[in-house]
Structure formats: structure tokens, C-alpha cells
Design a protein around this ligand. Structure first.
Ligand SMILES: CCCC(=O)SCCNC(=O)CCNC(=O)[C@H](O)C(C)(C)COP(=O)(O)OP(=O)(O)OC[C@H]1O[C@@H](n2cnc3c(N)ncnc32)[C@H](O)[C@@H]1OP(=O)(O)O
Length: 309
């Protein structure tokens, strides 16, 4: 069933006949878990504070900001609900190509809001929150957008897990990613362990989780946890680079130049290759290929007799 759900999500938004037939066949929810979404949403809304802000730009790159600076961008319950809503909006953004996930006030995210955690510390509520966040972050990773987590300051606990729900991670000087779960008597529950293993491999994931290692930019680069280290932002004397967000936009721009349908197709075939058994991945790739073959970007490239020197 999960395989079918993945294909449905990979192909959503496409309009070819084969894809439509496939979508009709595969009506199952695209999340990982089935649970009463309304019930947990109502429960989470009881823990308000902060916001998740989404700015969709003309360039096709959106900026999603975790915004709760007085608590170092900790995730309140209402922010978890808002994140799900913003992911829904991004799923239907046909003009989108890229996404930057960042935190407000110069830091990324300090994980779950510990006040909410204390209030829902019973196993039933914990499981529901865990399934809700796993579904949301799985959908975030599967967006047909090339996504990058811009880590400034700290990404702790659930914040570290959030970074793994992006295709790439960029770190500012002095920042750190730390899976502090062990110190909280926990393991990751938002899907962060499963994704971390796929990013850095089992041995490094074990080191990061079992040691609750403070992974700064250099160590993260060594372990393959980050894809780049940003320069220090410009000082008043004019030395240094642009703001961290500008540097992240420039970096992402290297990967998002081109037509949105083509970029979205690229992300879909890579997701299919990573998530599906080979035979399913090949079928998904064929279906996605069918959405761009003979499309406007393809015809334009043929007409311009493009050379790739
Ligand atoms: C499955 C999910 C698992 C999880 O995410 S469990 C949560 C893991 N996260 C944590 O334990 C973070 C604990 N906080 C810290 O270590 C530090 O506050 C942190 C983030 C390094 C920031 O240190 P500083 O820059 O020195 O700032 P500070 O400690 O004075 O904090 C400023 C205000 O923010 C608050 N805060 C920080 N992280 C929070 C959180 N996760 N939940 C709720 N409130 C949080 C902190 O209590 C303080 O508030 P106040 O100003 O004292 O009212």
C-alpha cells in the first residue's frame, strides 16, 4: 500500500492519461499512517504560539519560516498544524521549483515546545503527535520541489529531524545540528532516524544519535549531513558574503534554473528511485517522462538546437 501511496504522491499534479488512470486506481492516502487527523489537530491546537510562515516567490522558490523566536522556534501544537497546512499549499503549487526551510531570528528550531510535550506526555497523545508529524514531514520531503534546510544557530531534537525532511542542508558558521533525543530519554519520532540513516548511513547515524553529537558545520560536512557551509554574512565594513538567506537562495538557484514542470519531474524521478522497488521506480519514471516529453520546455530546446558544451 505504501508503494502505491508513494506513486500517487509522485505523480500528483500531472495531467497525462496514464497518470490520471493511475491516480484513480491509487486512491489511498499519501501519508504513512492512517489515523483520526481531526482529533489530533484539535488536540494540537490547544497548544498555541508562534507560526509557520510561507512566502511563495515569483522566482519559483518559496521560503518556509519556523517562527517562534521567543522559544528559539520551538514547535508549538498550532505550529505543527500550520506546517501541515503549508505543506498542503506547496503540494498544489504548480509554479514551484524550490523551497528553503529556515527559522526566524537567526536560529533554526529547538524542537518540540517542551511545554506542549509535558502536557501530552501520555503514550496515546505522544503516538498521535508522532504519526501526525511523520505524515507531515514525509509529505514535505516528497514535495515536487528541491528543498534545502538553512541552519543558523541550533537545530535541536525535532528541529534536527526537520532538517532531514529536506533534500539538502546548508549550515551557517557557528551553527549546529544535534539530535538531543537521548538526553530527553527519547529517540527521534518524526521520521528523523529513518531519514538520517538514508542521508549519512547507519554507522554515522548511530554515532549522531547514540552520542547526541553536537554536529557543527565542519563535522556535518565530513559526515555528509550538510551539503555546504555558508560564509559569514557581510560586516558593516563591507567584508563577507550576503545574508544567510541570500546565500541559500544563490546556492539553490544553481539547482532550480529551468522550467518548473521539468524541475518537478526531476524531483519526482529521484524520489521514485530512492523510495520504490526498481520495477515500480521504472514505471513511475516512465509515467513522469511522459509528462515532459514533447512538452513546452522540450519543444523549445529542440527548436533552439541546444548545444551542451
Ligand atoms: C520528537 C521531538 C523531540 C524534541 O524535539 S524534544 C525537545 C528538544 N529540545 C530541547 O530540549 C531544547 C531545550 N532548550 C535549550 O537547550 C536551549 O534553550 C537552546 C535551544 C539551546 C537555546 O539556548 P539559549 O540561546 O541560551 O536560550 P534560552 O535557553 O534562554 O531559551 C530562550 C527561551 O526559549 C525557551 N525554549 C528554548 N527551547 C525551547 C523548547 N524546545 N520548548 C519550549 N521553550 C523553549 C527557553 O525556555 C527560554 O524561555 P524563557 O526566556 O526562559 O521564558
Amino acid at each position: 500500500m505504501v508503494v502505491f501511496a508513494v506513486r500517487k504522491q509522485l505523480l500528483s499534479g500531472s495531467s497525462c492519461g496514464a497518470c490520471t488512470r493511475l491516480l484513480l486506481l491509487l486512491r489511498k492516502s499519501s501519508g504513512i499512517h492512517n489515523f483520526n487527523q481531526e482529533e489530533i489537530t484539535e488536540k494540537l491546537q490547544a497548544f498555541p504560539g508562534g507560526s509557520i510562515d510561507l512566502l511563495k516567490q515569483e522566482s519559483g522558490v518559496a521560503v518556509l519560516t519556523v517562527n517562534n523566536p521567543s522559544r528559539r522556534n520551538a514547535f508549538s501544537g498550532s505550529m505543527m498544524v500550520e506546517l501541515e497546512q503549508k505543506v498542503s499549499q506547496l503540494e498544489s503549487w504548480t509554479q514551484g521549483k524550490g523551497l528553503i526551510v529556515c527559522g526566524a531570528g537567526g536560529t533554526f528550531c529547538s524542537g518540540s515546545d517542551l511545554n506542549a510535550v509535558r502536557a501530552i506526555a501520555n503514550p496515546q497523545d505522544g503516538m498521535k503527535m508522532c504519526m501526525f508529524m511523520q505524515n507531515t514531514l514525509t509529505r514535505l520531503l516528497r514535495l515536487p520541489l528541491i528543498s534545502v534546510a538553512l541552519v543558523e544557530g541550533v537545530a535541536l531534537g525535532g528541529g534536527a529531524e526537520l532538517t532531514t525532511a529536506c533534500d539538502f542542508r546548508l549550515m551557517a558558521p557557528g551553527s549546529l545540528i544535534q539530535f538531543v533525543h537521548k538526553h530527553m530519554g527519547l529517540v527521534p519520532g518524526w521520521g528523523g532516524a529513518a531519514r538520517l540513516v538514508r542521508i549519512v548511513g547507519s554507522r554515522s547515524a548511530l554515532k549522531l544519535l547514540a552520542g547526541a553529537v553536537k554536529a557543527g558545520p565542519e563535522l556535518s560536512l565530513q559526515m555528509g549531513l550538510t551539503d555546504g557551509i555558508l560564509e559569514a554574512p557581510q560586516r558593516p565594513d563591507g567584508d563577507g558574503a550576503g545574508s544567510a538567506l541570500q546565500q541559500a537562495e544563490d546556492w539553490l538557484g544553481l539547482h532550480t534554473a529551468g522550467a518548473a514542470p521539468v524541475l518537478q519531474a526531476v524531483k519526482k524521478v529521484v524520489l521514485a528511485g530512492g523510495e520504490l522497488p526498481l520495477s515500480e521506480a521504472l514505471r513511475a519514471e516512465k509515467d513522469v517522462f511522459g509528462t515532459v516529453w514533447g512538452g513546452p520546455a522540450n519543444l523549445q530546446a529542440l527548436a533552439s538546437k541546444a548545444k551542451h558544451r
